[in-house]
Design a protein around this ligand. Structure first.
Ligand code: G3P
Ligand code: MG
Length: 381
């Protein structure tokens, strides 16, 4: 809180100086004076912008303030969420519709977005993608060529889930003949080609089946039903224990699934589970977000600005607006300057003061309040 307050008073002093001497900065494309956005904003989604699929905390109004009257981007911002399950371009369309602005795919960073960096390593390897939504489509869009969702993968193995007959919802049937027929064109032969990588893309849906099938893949060296083998690499897009969805209290997230898988795997195998987790609070996620914001800021520069000036662009502050102290605020504390944190009370955090373990620079009720504070501090109308 102290950091943010002193930043606020520095900003106030700067504004006074600007008012006496130079004209106040304006940030739209159409501004007469060349502009240079000195700050960027990263928004968490679940618990800040949305609950389930409904906007919360005045999020449409807050986001709309970051655009000029002609609809062009005025302030560089992006969504930095540990969620996902659909390609970024689809999420951008969905958010544009919900928030009433034009959001580009580059403004959406999902927990699984860093998986793009692993394409070279796994491009032609058989892999399995886990989670809600369209995990295989996400990976295919990134460039992975031989990917099956865990739903499709499991459906090739008759009786792999002994509880399937008791499930009231529709599950893929183990009609191996049909599935292996030419019509299905599986991207690899699941009976002879070992799975070389497992990617948990989004929150798993059928935990019981997924825990079983992942234990099978990971302890057999990627070929279920074929004895023991070396564990293929396992990646998690995030490690949130809990997150805020539409239900009044928090829901178990990918981190909870990871704990379940790890403890079961470690009980039934001699060697402990090895895995890599991405997502906030990992500092590299914040570094990557800062790079994207820099690029967005460059797009906002008027053409008249010199290349050198554009190249030298650096933010004095990047604000992270989040609801989860352990994830969003902890991430900012790890990332350090120029990151600054604002905690809202619309999600996981509901306290009156600040979080004791991961205190934010500022605590506000809603994202709309957060934007008002930022724009006031940055002297933007
Ligand atoms: O499944 C979504 C959740 O893990 C967190 O999303 O937007 O709060 O980072 P977000
Ligand atoms: Mg959140």
């Amino acid at each position: 809180m102290r950091g943010f307050r002193s930043a606020l008073s520095r900003a106030a002093a700067r504004t006074r100086a600007e008012l006496q001497g130079t004209p106040r900065r304006r940030l739209s494309h159409s501004a007469a004076t060349p502009v240079r956005p000195s700050f960027g904003i990263a928004f968490d989604i679940d618990g800040v912008i949305l609950r389930g699929r409904s906007p919360i905390g005045g999020s449409p109004q807050a986001i709309q303030r970051l655009y000029a009257d002609d609809g062009t981007l005025k302030i560089p911002f992006l969504f930095l969420t540990n969620g996902g399950g659909v390609p970024e371009y689809k999420r951008a369309l969905e958010l544009s519709e919900l928030l009433g602005v034009n959001i580009s795919p580059s403004q959406v960073v999902h927990g699984h977005s860093p998986y793009r960096e692993l394409v070279k390593r796994f491009e032609d390897d058989p892999i399995v993608a886990v989670g809600k939504g369209e995990p295989a489509a996400v990976m295919a869009e990134y460039g992975f060529r031989k990917v099956l969702s865990i739903d499709d993968y499991s459906s090739y193995f008759r009786e792999i889930d002994p509880l399937a007959p008791f499930k009231k919802w529709n599950v893929g049937q183990s009609d191996c003949k049909n599935l292996m027929s030419e019509k299905m064109h599986p991207p690899y032969d699941v009976y002879s080609e070992r799975v070389k990588g497992v990617f948990v893309v989004s929150d798993p849906v059928d935990w019981g089946r997924d825990l079983q099938v992942l234990c099978d893949i990971l302890s057999t060296g990627g070929l279920p039903g074929n004895g023991k083998g070396d564990q293929p690499p396992l990646y998690f897009a995030a490690d949130d224990l809990e997150y805020q969805a539409a239900f009044p209290s928090e829901r178990l997230g990918m981190g909870a699934f990871r704990i379940a898988l790890e403890s079961i795997f470690n009980q039934v195998n001699d060697l402990p589970l090895k895995y890599t987790s991405y997502g906030k609070p990992n500092p590299f996620v914040f570094k990557n977000a800062a790079n994207i914001l820099e690029k967005l800021a460059m797009g906002i520069y008027p053409k008249s600005q010199s290349t050198k000036e554009v190249k030298d662009h650096q933010f004095s502050t990047i604000y992270m607006i989040g609801d989860n102290p352990k994830v969003d605020i902890c991430g900012v504390l790890k990332a350090g300057p120029p990151w600054s944190s604002i905690l809202t009370r619309t999600g996981v955090f509901r306290g009156t003061d600040n979080d004791l373990k991961f205190p934010a620079d500022l605590v506000v009720d809603t994202v709309e309040d957060a934007i008002s504070c930022i724009l006031e501090k940055e002297c933007i109308r």
